[in-house]
Every structure is written in structure tokens, then in C-alpha cells.
Write a protein that binds this ligand. Structure first.
Ligand SMILES: Nc1ncnc2c1ncn2[C@@H]1O[C@H](COP(=O)(O)OP(=O)(O)O)[C@@H](O)[C@H]1O
Ligand SMILES: [Mg+2]
Length: 161
């Protein structure tokens, strides 16, 4: 079932992340969808806080992924500059989808075919008036869940080279 929360400030967005962190476990993929400046990285900072990560979380945009140690490891991925699954595969990041240990949280997951469907949690951030953000958290359906294990790696999208 979907859960919708309003974040009126960056601090409120972080709090949503803290709450979300309590529901996370090893092997999970969390997709965060929303336009540039929506607050995706801010939400990940909250998730990191909830996982008791003390290191500062910075956007992984240029590195594609950053790992942090907390109560469970956090793998923070950003697919903004990724054009294909192949690129993720080349840098070994497909192993994080899903991760063996820890949780993978990914910004711009919609840029990679099939990834949103593999996610355990789908967070959509709608940027509306001024600083207000509408955050919808959706647990994936049992059907999507059953397909887990079939990672994008083992089922590459057709028509791509
Ligand atoms: N309610 C809010 N929730 C999250 N961020 C907000 C909010 N209001 C203002 N902001 C600001 O918007 C920006 C969001 O940036 P960031 O989290 O990096 O977005 P994204 O990763 O989606 O591009 C930050 O500068 C943050 O301070
Ligand atoms: Mg970001």
C-alpha cells in the first residue's frame, strides 16, 4: 500500500529517511524517483542517519556509487549519468542490484530498464510549491518481488547493445 507524507523542509525530508531506514534489511533495493532538486539525496542522508552512519553522505553522481558503514551497509547509487545496464556492469555495480549485504538506494533508477520493477521500495518525490515535497512510498507487489533474483544482469533488456 502506498504511504504519502509531506516534507516541508529538508529536515522533514531527512526524518522521512530516518523512518524508512528502520524498515530496511540486507538485500533490499530502494528506488528514489523525482526531478533534479526534488530532495532524493536529502532523503538518502536521512536513511544514512537512521542506519547510524556518521560519515557525511555526498551525492555519488560522478562516482556512480558510494558505500557507507552503518548498522547495515548503505550502497548509494546515482544512475543520472548511466545510459545502459552495460555501463553499470562494466564498473561492477550490477552486483549491488540486489546487494548481498546491506541495502542499495538508487537515484534515477528509471534510467535503467527493469530496475524500478526489481525494487523492494519505490519512493516518488513530487516537487510542488516552493519547498514542499510530496513523498510517496510504495512497497512492490508480490509479483514484482517474486521476480527478484532475476537481476537486470541476468535478464538484459533486448534491443540494447
Ligand atoms: N522539503 C524539502 N525536502 C528536501 N529538500 C528540500 C526541501 N525544501 C528545500 N529543499 C532543498 O532542495 C534541495 C534538494 O537537493 P537534493 O536532495 O540534492 O535533490 P536531488 O538529489 O533530488 O537532486 C536541497 O538544496 C534542499 O535543501
Ligand atoms: Mg541527488
Amino acid at each position: 500500500m502506498d504511504k504519502t507524507v509531506i516534507a516541508r523542509t529538508p529536515e522533514e525530508m531527512e526524518e522521512i529517511g530516518v523512518d524508512l531506514a528502520a524498515t530496511l534489511d540486507h538485500g533490499m533495493i530502494v528506488s528514489i524517483i523525482g526531478p533534479l532538486g526534488a530532495g532524493k539525496t536529502t532523503l538518502v542522508k536521512g536513511i544514512a542517519k537512521g542506519l547510524l552512519i556518521t560519515e557525511a553522505v555526498v551525492s555519488p553522481t560522478y562516482l556512480l556509487a558510494r558505500d557507507y558503514d552503518g548498522t547495515i551497509p548503505l550502497h548509494h547509487l546515482d544512475a543520472y549519468r548511466v545510459d545502459s545496464l552495460r555501463e553499470l556492469d562494466e564498473v561492477g555495480l550490477v552486483d549491488l542490484l540486489p546487494p548481498e549485504t546491506g541495502v542499495s538506494v538508487i537515484e534515477w533508477p528509471e534510467r535503467i530498464d527493469g530496475l524500478v520493477e526489481l525494487s523492494d521500495l519505490l519512493v516518488q518525490i513530487d516537487h510542488q510549491l516552493a519547498d514542499e515535497r510530496v513523498v510517496t512510498v510504495r512497497q512492490t507487489t508480490p509479483i514484482a518481488r517474486e521476480s527478484r533474483g532475476r537481476t537486470p544482469h541476468s535478464t538484459p533488456p533486448e534491443g540494447r547493445s
